[in-house]
Design a binder for this molecule. Structure first.
Ligand SMILES: [Fe+2]
Length: 294
């Protein structure tokens, strides 16, 4: 089998075929790893991996982040154990709806995520795609004044904040991300620890830029997101069952596209933990920025 890497035509993303992720040899793994760093999103159609094979693939990229204790992969699904689907307004439905806005995974945790692996199992007849946006290309395309403006700014990241925006008020301790700790503070410009490229680090969890008033902060973050998340920096994938995707949360935003929740959508997710040297939140007691150690 010859590995074929077909760029999407956007500034990020490639479709990878001619590969069996369950049987990766060292040379093929090296190819995948370097393509991941180059394209930010790799789509592998028709892999049909078992849960353990998905976990093993994800584990090549780093330690697994546990969204549920002791579970290396978790469902992203609107379907309950009894086969029924979530109801509008339910906690879980609101978390899924929240993920239809641009975000990067776990930016609201003290240690942000490195990468996310998602596989498709049941796909609704319409909608339910995933879309990604390239924050490296977005940073590169900023005008000089904006680049200078964001250079030294940071934002807090909170899942309480982003869910409240869609009317979802959540008690601490209700689920992953609804923690009791202070919201992490993260620079708006992140230096990728493996490639050295700069990227905007924004998304729906970001708010409250120190030094700006609330309205200025919201306007800046909204303007940056609107600018960043447009062609040619976005790519959307129409899932087929068996597809698996990995993306780099350090330089890519993503969102689920809406679909009718009366139809089931069942995905499986493995999240890769960030490197504490690079993805730990800014320590506000330090002048240096541990989040930007190359
Ligand atoms: Fe996500």
């Amino acid at each position: 089998m010859e590995v074929k890497i077909a760029p999407t035509g956007a500034t990020l993303g490639a479709l990878v075929t001619g590969i069996d992720l369950a049987e990766l040899d060292d040379a093929t793994w090296a190819t995948v790893r370097s393509a991941f760093l180059e394209y930010g999103v790799l789509i592998f159609p028709g892999q049909d991996l078992s849960d353990q094979e998905q976990i093993d693939f994800g584990g090549r990229f780093g330690d697994i982040e546990h969204l549920v204790p002791n579970m290396d992969s978790v469902p992203i699904s609107n379907q309950k154990a009894d086969g029924s689907v979530v109801e509008v307004g339910e906690h879980h439905a609101l978390v899924l709806r929240g993920n239809e806005s641009w975000h990067t995974d776990s930016s609201y945790m003290p240690l942000a995520s490195k990468a996310s692996v998602v596989s498709a199992h049941v796909i609704p007849p319409e909608g339910g795609q995933t879309e990604w946006a390239d924050m490296r290309a977005a940073y590169d395309e900023l005008d000089d004044a904006t680049r200078e403006r964001v250079a030294d700014l940071s934002a807090y990241h909170s899942l309480y904040f982003s869910q409240a925006k869609i009317g979802h008020d959540v008690e601490p301790g209700t689920g992953y991300g609804f923690h009791h700790e202070e919201p992490p503070l993260r620079p708006l410009v992140k230096i990728h620890p493996e490639t050295g490229r700069k990227a905007l680090f924004i998304g729906r969890h970001a708010y409250g830029i120190p030094g700006l008033d609330e309205a200025e902060s919201e306007t800046l973050l909204a303007d940056l997101t609107a600018f960043a998340c447009q062609a040619p920096r976005t790519y959307m994938h129409d899932w087929e069952p068996g597809d698996i995707v990995i993306w780099d949360n350090r330089c890519v935003l993503h969102r689920a596209r809406p679909y009718d929740y009366s139809a089931a959508r069942v995905m499986r997710h493995t999240r890769i933990a960030g490197d504490p040297k690079a993805e730990m939140a800014l320590d506000t007691t330090l002048k240096s920025n541990p989040g930007n150690v190359g």
